[in-house]
Each structure stands twice: as structure tokens, then as C-alpha cells.
Design a protein around this ligand. Structure first.
Ligand code: PAF
Length: 283
């Protein structure tokens, strides 16, 4: 496995391949990321992972400075999983000057849910992903493939639409959420949880299951269901940003007909102590 820190060297190396399969990450890798690598491997003729903690997608009060940077351990995991190339640029390499040109996703997609609670988040994500796509796929002759985890459900939707609207020759694939045995969605931020919080953390997933069960059981008053689920977590000490049922298609609130038709997703984001967790459940 090659570990490459510079754009020029990566471009030169990838010029020998037709169709890279790419998994962008911010490092501190866990089984969820590795499953994306395994999914990517058969899609292209070279498997590339990037590791870059992207300042642009963090708000000033968020955990950019403390986000775990574990390059050596990450590379060992990637190599054992069969990744061919790791691109781990410095901040100076990727942003040698302030990034004045940015990708602003449309408000109807990016200002709700995560974007409402983390303003500018999807601008930061879209900008770095477009830049990484240019670097990784810029010289490929065939169609590229990129794999993103379904845990970041709205992010996947934003990236898909960006790729479609900019007519990028890249297929975007969604990778299933990997969960701990108790049902907690794997996340780099789970490492912030203390033992008590770790035991409690699965309640987010349980709340999403309760929302889905309510809808599947015929309850049409979504506001009441969402309030009940929020109250449940709040009483247990969580600070809930949102717990909601949306249409998978556009993440808009479902009409009654949508509730009957299915194709829904329950999404949640909530803080436990100093850790903000997100999760979702398609049903
Ligand atoms: O999902 C992530 O880890 C990040 O948002 C991504 C896609 C690597 C962009 O920094």
C-alpha cells in the first residue's frame, strides 16, 4: 500500500489506472470505514482512501482541534483491508491558500437537519469532496467510483446531487451502517463516550426504531411521535437536535400518502455529554 501526501505524486501514481474506487474519510478509522473499503475494492482497478480532517466543515465551537488523528493506526487497518493507496495531505497541501471558491449546495437540501444545526457544514463537505474528486479522478480514463457511508444520510444525498448537477463521471455508492453488537452505529466520535455514556448511546437507535414502529403501526401524527421520542431521550439526559421521519427521496416531511407508500427514513442527531451522535434507519 502506498501512502501519499502530495497531490502531484498521487496524480502521477493514479495515471496508471483507468478507474479508481475512492473512499474519502477523516481518519480515526473503524469497521464502518473498512467495510466501505471492502465495498470499493471490486468497483475499480485501484482502491484509494483519503484521510483528511477538513477544517471547512467544522464550526468554530466544534471538535476540529481535538478530532482524533491516528494516521499510523489508520494505515495499518487500511493495508490489512486491501486498500492500495492512502492519500493523506496536510492542510497546507490541500488548502495552500484560503479556499475562496466553495460549493454551496441548495438550501432545500443543505439547510435542514444537519445543515440547520451545523450551518455551512455541507458547503465544507461539498467543497472538499469536489476537490478530492478532482485530485483522485482528474486523470482517470474510465468512470470513477466513490463510496460514502449511509450513516451520514444527508451527506450522501448532497454528494449524489452535486455529482449529478456537475455531470461528474463518478458513480456514488452508499455503504450500509455498521453497528456494534448492541446496535450503536459505529462512529469515530464514539471514542469520546465514557463507559456510562457508551452504554446509554444505543438509545438513539432505539428511539429511531420506535419512530419507525409507530409509523408502521399506523400512527399518522408524526409530530406527536417525534415529540414522544424526543421526550424519551431528553428524560434520559440527552440534548436532542432532531428526531424525525422523512421521505428518503428528498428528506422532506412525508404526506399521509407517503406514510402508506413506505420509502421513509427516521433520522436523529443528539448530544450525550459532549458527544454529538447521529444515526438513521430506513424503513
Ligand atoms: O464523512 C466524512 O468523513 C467527511 O464528511 C468527508 C466525506 C470525508 C469529507 O470531509
Amino acid at each position: 500500500m502506498r501512502v501519499i501526501h502530495h497531490i502531484g505524486e498521487l496524480r502521477q501514481h493514479l495515471a496508471a489506472f483507468d478507474s479508481p474506487a475512492f473512499v474519502p474519510t477523516m481518519g480515526n478509522l473503524h469497521e464502518g470505514h473498512l467495510s466501505l473499503i471492502r465495498q470499493a475494492k471490486p468497483l475499480g482497478d485501484v482502491t484509494v482512501a483519503s484521510i483528511f480532517v477538513n477544517r471547512l466543515q467544522f464550526l468554530p465551537h466544534e471538535d476540529f482541534d481535538t478530532y482524533p488523528r491516528t494516521l499510523q493506526a489508520d494505515c495499518a487497518k487500511l493495508e490489512a483491508t486491501g486498500c492500495d493507496v492512502v492519500f493523506a495531505p496536510s492542510e497546507q497541501e490541500l488548502y495552500p491558500e484560503p479556499q475562496g471558491f466553495k460549493v454551496h449546495p441548495p438550501a432545500h437540501l443543505a439547510d435542514m437537519l444537519e445543515g440547520h444545526f451545523r450551518p455551512g457544514f455541507f458547503t465544507g463537505v461539498s467543497t472538499v469532496v469536489l476537490k478530492l474528486f478532482q485530485i483522485v479522478f482528474g486523470q482517470s480514463r474510465g468512470t470513477g467510483h466513490a463510496v460514502f457511508g449511509l450513516k451520514d444520510y444527508q451527506q450522501l444525498m448532497v454528494i449524489r446531487q452535486m455529482v449529478r448537477q456537475f455531470a461528474l463521471p463518478i458513480h456514488i455508492h452508499g455503504g450500509a451502517i455498521e453497528r456494534a453488537p448492541d446496535g450503536l452505529a459505529l462512529s469515530s466520535r464514539n471514542s469520546y463516550l465514557n463507559a456510562k455514556e457508551r452504554t446509554e448511546a444505543v438509545q438513539l437507535s432505539i428511539a429511531l426504531h420506535a419512530l419507525a414502529a409507530g409509523v408502521l403501526g399506523g400512527v399518522h401524527n408524526l409530530a406527536a411521535l417525534e415529540q414522544q421520542a424526543t421526550q424519551h431521550l431528553t428524560q434520559r439526559g440527552w440534548q436532542v437536535d432532531y428526531l424525525t421521519v422523512r421521505r428518503r427521496l428528498d428528506l422532506q416531511a412525508p404526506e399521509t400518502a407517503d406514510l402508506q407508500a413506505g420509502q421513509l427514513v427516521a433520522l436523529g442527531a443528539a448530544r450525550l455529554g459532549r458527544t454529538r451522535l447521529i444515526d438513521n434507519l430506513e424503513f
